[in-house]
Design a protein around this ligand. Structure first.
Ligand code: PEP
Ligand code: MG
Length: 745
């Protein structure tokens, strides 16, 4: 290997042009590997492979022989991106005979892909007359040579190779993911973790390179330890798992040894990382198992991180780089805090390979109003920074380098959405009153400070649900009293006099606070969460209440308690709140009024509604949880989440029962689950008697439009009849009613 490195270095050092260098390379490699043939094929824009240099085949075939995409063993190597090692090439079913090259007399063939940052540039081939299986070392020699060739091609040194360069990342393509935050965005790709391009391949001083590699590996290992120890803990569970896998790989002896060996053979530390990455990728790609594909992505990420350490670009995400004004951010995984690190004004869209709709980054993307797609496997390897892209979070599609027709179609869509937004914006100062004169209160759900501007923009009546746990989830450590007070104060200030209902911590279940000890629970949704945790850890609860009391000063405070399952839990929560109120009064000016309400999300309360109503100042139905428990269908599991309909008689009868109980006790009632944000569902809720809804900010316009086209008296009568006689879901009947009555749903 060292000999090869020396020769390659000598060739690179000579003042000749790219073609002459390729010719010399094939000659040298053929000689050193005792092969009759050595050839270089480079990829053209259309995916075909053109013979660019050869030792052993007819030279007249150079620049004439072209293999179609996937043609022959060489094409196969290019398609799969892995080495092809064939002792009997000419009898292989994939062999493609090209008379002009005179190659049929050769038996064995070894082809390796010429790769650059994962993109395929061409194929390097050796052939022998005698049938043989090439050794591991032969493969390594060719892979190293392929890297040197890639370097030449990318540097533009190979005349005429322009058309052959990396078609991989130049053609339009589409990736299907899952929408995690609605919207459509046209813009340009920015990779959250930028790639490092290795330019210096051959080492001048092997020992110095060894030392560089060792230092970089150590730095990588300790940065992963650090992230897992401190900052990483602030991130969502899925992120932690990824980091743990990285750490495992970063200590993998096999990986470290291979890179060390490559440096000993004369590669620079960067080139060693890349070569090992390429060859391990090839090996893993051969396994058709999703597990190995996943590990390959881990390894790619880790290698990229190591390259960044070597390039001195540690911690360098793109957040503080010069972003285009229409950034579409692409990340494998992204924590909510990392997303908030970006300048919102420049972010149009987000694509995350891993994030699901329940992930924390999805919550933040929604709060920021960015079109976002998760579960978009394979995006990273298909894009480069600067590529045009469209994020269609209506259908979950990502269009990369879209054709002009696709861009036009989407520009129309974006204009249509903008017109609709314009229409909703025009309704901002119009009250949601039905045609027969009933005023419906319309609030927004919020959870972060960045949500608050939506209140004024939408013209909603207030914040019907402020999910305080989001702030806790984003913080690396438990927010102290002062910090909490400051946040609540800022929220109240931004609400500009409109009411805000603060929900106390709803953690546990899927919402994990990394700094609070987690108990292994078999059914976390039914586990130690929300008010249960608050009552068992009163100090935590009281600190939060104290912060809220301080934040409102002498104003009014509305506190809502989540996941209450018995009326007595309300008594216990209120007792703690009362104690804090007493302390507040002693301390100085205290709130003029504190209202304590409950979320109604646990079915047991349905059978104790009178007792509950007597203990609360208001009730808000959390239909997301109430229906998940009622139908025993996990809201976060897409396999079961759609097994029931929110408009089924079972669900609507339950809701009617709640409306009746609240009316009996004159308790103000609201509903703040997702169903309230869908116009048809909102219509049904109003028909049942709800007069207050809390929806995500984007739903205010559509729901208000529906309300303004509605005649409540007619709807109420119709719904009552349907509920008494109906079965299963009432969706079709309600749709028909809406259509017949020209209700805008
Ligand atoms: C609900 O359960 O309906 C609700 C609004 O609360 P969350 O979605 O935060 O559980
Ligand atoms: Mg809930």
């Amino acid at each position: 290997m060292r000999v090869i490195m020396r020769r390659l270095r000598a060739i690179m050092a000579e003042p000749s042009d790219g073609q002459a260098r390729l010719d010399k390379i094939v000659k040298q490699i053929a000689g050193l590997m005792v092969a009759e043939v050595c050839s270089i094929y480079l990829r053209r824009q259309d995916g075909s492979l053109e013979l660019f240099a050869t030792e052993g085949l007819n030279t007249s075939a150079v620049h004439n022989t072209r293999l179609k995409r996937g043609e022959g063993l060489v094409g196969r190597c290019a398609e799969l991106g892995v080495p092809v090692n064939e002792p009997e090439a000419s009898s292989h079913p994939a062999f493609s005979y090209r008379p002009e090259t005179g190659e049929e007399i050769y038996h064995s063939l070894l082809a390796v892909p010429i790769l650059r940052g994962g993109a395929l540039l061409g194929v390097l081939v050796v052939q022998n007359r005698t049938p043989k299986v090439y050794s591991e070392e032969d493969v390594e020699v060719l892979e190293t040579t392929a890297m040197v060739i890639a370097e030449q091609v990318v540097a533009g040194a190979v005349a005429g190779a322009g058309a052959a360069i990396a078609a991989e990342r130049t053609l339009p393509t589409m990736v299907q993911g899952e929408s995690i935050s609605d919207g459509i965005a046209l813009g340009h790709i920015v990779l959250h973790e930028p790639r490092v391009v290795v330019t210096n391949l051959i080492a001048d001083d092997v020992e110095a390179e060894q030392a560089r590699l060792e230092t970089a590996v150590q730095a990588l290992q300790s940065s992963l330890d650090d992230m897992l120890g401190h900052e990483g803990l602030a991130r969502a569970g899925e992120h932690r798992e990824v980091l743990e896998t990285y750490r495992m790989f970063a200590h993998d002896r096999g990986w470290l040894k291979r890179m060390g060996d490559a440096v000993k053979e004369g590669l620079t530390a960067e080139a060693a990382v890349e070569r090992v990455q390429n060859s391990m990728r090839a090996r893993m790609m051969r396994q058709n198992d999703p597990y190995w594909r996943e590990r390959q992505r881990d390894l790619d990420d880790l290698s990229d991180r190591l390259l960044r350490v070597l390039a001195g670009k540690t911690g360098g995400t793109a957040a503080h780089s010069d972003l285009p004004g229409d950034t579409i951010l692409v990340a494998r995984t992204l924590g909510p805090a990392e997303l908030l690190d970006y300048d919102r004004a420049k972010l149009r869209g987000l694509i995350v390979e891993d994030g699901g709709s329940q992930s924390h980054v999805a919550i933040v993307a929604k709060a920021l109003g960015i079109a976002a797609i998760g579960q978009a496997a394979g995006v990273i390897e298909r894009v480069s920074t600067g590529d045009a892209a469209i994020v269609d979070a209506e259908s979950g599609q990502v269009h990369i380098r879209p054709s002009p027709e696709v861009v036009n179609a989407y520009s129309d869509k974006v204009r249509f959405r903008a017109r609709r937004q314009h229409k909703y914006a025009a309704l901002r100062d119009v009250a949601p009153v039905t045609k027969d004169g009933v005023r419906i209160a319309l609030h927004i759900n919020a959870g972060l400070l960045v949500d608050m501007p939506h209140l004024a923009e939408s013209g909603a009546d207030g914040v019907g649900l402020f999910r305080t746990e989001l702030q806790f989830m984003l913080s690396p450590t438990l927010p102290r009293l002062d910090k909490q007070t400051e946040v609540y104060r800022a929220i109240i200030a931004q609400a500009g006099g409109k009411p805000v209902v603060f929900r106390t911590l709803d953690i546990g279940g899927d919402k994990v606070l990394p700094y609070l000890r987690r108990h292994g629970e078999e059914n976390p949704a039914l586990g130690w969460r929300a008010v249960r945790m608050s009552l068992d850890r009163p100090a935590l609860f009281r600190t939060q209440v104290r912060a809220m009391l301080r934040a409102v000063g002498e104003g009014e405070l509305k506190i809502m308690v989540p996941m209450v399952s018995t009326p007595s839990e309300m008594d216990a929560a209120r007792a703690l709140i009362d104690k804090e109120m007493e302390l507040a009064r002693k301390r100085g000016p205290a709130p003029s009024c504190v209202q304590v309400g409950t979320m109604l999300e646990v079915p047991s309360l349905l059978y104790d509604l009178d007792a509950l109503m007597q203990r609360v100042d208001f009730v808000s139905v959390g239909s997301n949880d109430l229906l998940q428990f009622l139908f025993a269908a996990d809201r976060a599991n897409p396999l079961v989440a759609k097994r029931y309909d929110t408009l089924s008689v079972a669900a609507l009868r339950v809701l009617r029962q709640i409306v009746d109980a609240a009316a009996r006790h004159h308790v103000p009632l609201n509903l703040c689950g997702e169903m309230a944000g869908r116009p048809l569902e909102a219509m049904a809720l109003i028909g049942l008697g709800f007069r207050s809804l809390s929806v995500s900010p984007v739903s205010v316009g559509p729901v208000k439009t529906m309300i303004m086209s509605l005649d409540i008296a007619r709807l109420g009568e119709h719904l009552r009849a349907l509920l008494d006689s109906g079965r299963g879901t009432l969706r079709p009947e309600l749709e028909k009613f809406a259509e017949g009555d020209s209700i805008e749903i």
